[in-house]
Design a protein around this ligand. Structure first.
Ligand SMILES: [Mg+2]
Length: 422
């Protein structure tokens, strides 16, 4: 792993920046949302909406991502709120990733607005890593109008930590020899995957900084954090052996993935998440009247490693249950018990004709009935909203959204005509 050059690129206040650029470049607006206290808020009309992104001036009012819109407005009565526009985010994200792919074939999209790029061996093309990172950052800003932070290091973890240093529009390095000076003084919560419950447990051990964590005995950590203790001890020392896993661009198939807000450690919860993904993927296939023959799943573990697995189906399909069954089989073959942070379903080999099903003696599934069921569900959701109907399995489950998939939640396009003049 030594001698590698890894970048982590993170869009600054992504949803808000993308909206700001859209209003200026495409709607001819004069006001730049990034320069005033502003935020993207989910479902402002309903009072329980939450803040999805905020401008840097809004940060001064202690407005936090994930907090209720009502609380944010209480803190900053002049806050300019804009509704989310997921279609815009998808387009912006695609354009962003396309620029990264110009610099390296090894691009791993980590979320809608973040990616790892393996830049090893590109020095003769783009100059030393810091020059290359600045070129990349500036090209994104000039071409697309929004800023990013680039973290530069020799592994993914350190690159990710570095991109989170001072924002916006900056390149930071965090090479192993800089860990002590740049990373160890930070509070443990700033360490990747050491927030929330881990932070409380570490604090109870008297561990407040990443440096203190780095010097703690592994058994002490394991006694309170189990396996995760080992992972974050490695992280605190800058050790990360995961590699950049190029994820194919989505345009050749239909896929959806989701980052889970908690560690999934049991197969049944994971399969619920897969069902929610199969729902959204299936819905898109049926909407476009296409079928797929290949189903793949991907798992990202809590230690940044990644695994994927795929299979070819007997017959092309767009039935939610069939996609989910395949995904579950793949999951059982792939999963080794490690805590999961992100799951994806990707389908490919897309065809338009309905084709004929391979009949099997041992398969008495009534596919026609399943197709009818999916169609009925789709039309109910079309008419009454996607929460109008959900599979019974989700009723007893808490914490798993029944329609998961990247950013498709509350998916809707903003009607800019109804927005106030900006
Ligand atoms: Mg970001």
């Amino acid at each position: 792993m030594s001698g590698r050059v890894i970048f982590h690129i993170d869009v600054n206040s992504a949803f808000l920046s993308w909206e700001a650029v859209y209003r200026i470049r495409h709607l001819g607006g004069k006001l730049d949302l990034r320069t005033i206290p502003s935020a993207v808020g989910g479902d402002i009309s309903k009072r329980h909406g939450i803040i999805l992104a905020k401008s840097i001036p809004a940060k001064k009012y202690h407005i936090k991502t994930g907090e209720p819109v009502v609380d944010a407005v209480r803190k900053c009565p002049g806050l300019v709120l804009v509704p989310p526009n997921y279609e815009l985010y998808e387009k912006s994200s695609k354009a962003f990733m396309a620029i990264l792919r110009k610099y390296s074939g090894q691009v791993e999209q980590y979320s809608i607005d973040e990616a790892f790029v393996d830049m090893t061996g590109t020095e003769s093309l783009f100059g030393n890593p810091v020059i290359a990172a600045n070129t990349m950052k500036d090209e994104i800003c000039q071409t697309l109008g929004f800023t990013v932070n680039v973290g530069v290091s020799s592994n993914k973890l350190l690159a990710k930590m570095a991109s989170d240093f001072k924002k916006p529009n900056l390149v930071h390095t965090l090479f192993p020899e800089e860990i002590e000076k740049k990373m160890w003084p930070l509070p443990v919560r700033d360490l990747f995957f050491a927030g929330g419950a881990s932070e409380r447990k570490l604090n109870s051990l008297g561990i407040r900084t990443i440096g203190e964590l780095a010097k703690t005995d592994v058994n002490t950590l394991k006694s309170v954090l189990k396996k995760h203790g080992e992972v974050i001890l490695d992280f605190a020392n800058g050790r990360d052996v995961s590699v950049v896993e190029p994820v194919p661009a989505d345009n050749k198939g239909y896929g959806n993935s989701t980052t889970i807000s908690f560690d999934v450690t049991d197969a049944s919860t994971a399969k619920m998440v897969l069902l929610s993904l199969a729902e959204t993927v299936g819905k898109r296939l049926r909407k476009d009247d296409v079928r797929i023959e290949v189903v793949a799943i991907s798992i990202r573990f809590h230690d940044l490693t990644y695994a994927s697995h795929q299979m070819v189906l007997q017959s092309a399909t767009n039935i939610t249950k069939e996609i989910h069954d395949a995904a579950c089989r793949l999951f059982d073959e792939l999963w080794d018990g490690r805590a999961i942070r992100h799951l994806g379903i990707h389908t490919s080999r897309v065809s338009r004709n309905s084709g004929s099903r391979q009949l099997s003696l041992f398969d008495d599934t009534d596919y026609e009935k399943l197709e009818k069921l999916d169609r009925a569900v789709d039309s109910i959701r079309e008419k009454y909203g996607m929460d109008a109907i959900q599979r019974a399995a989700f009723l007893k489950q808490t914490g798993v959204d029944h329609m998961n998939g990247g950013i498709s939640r509350e998916k809707r396009t903003v009607d800019y005509k109804n927005e106030k003049e900006m």
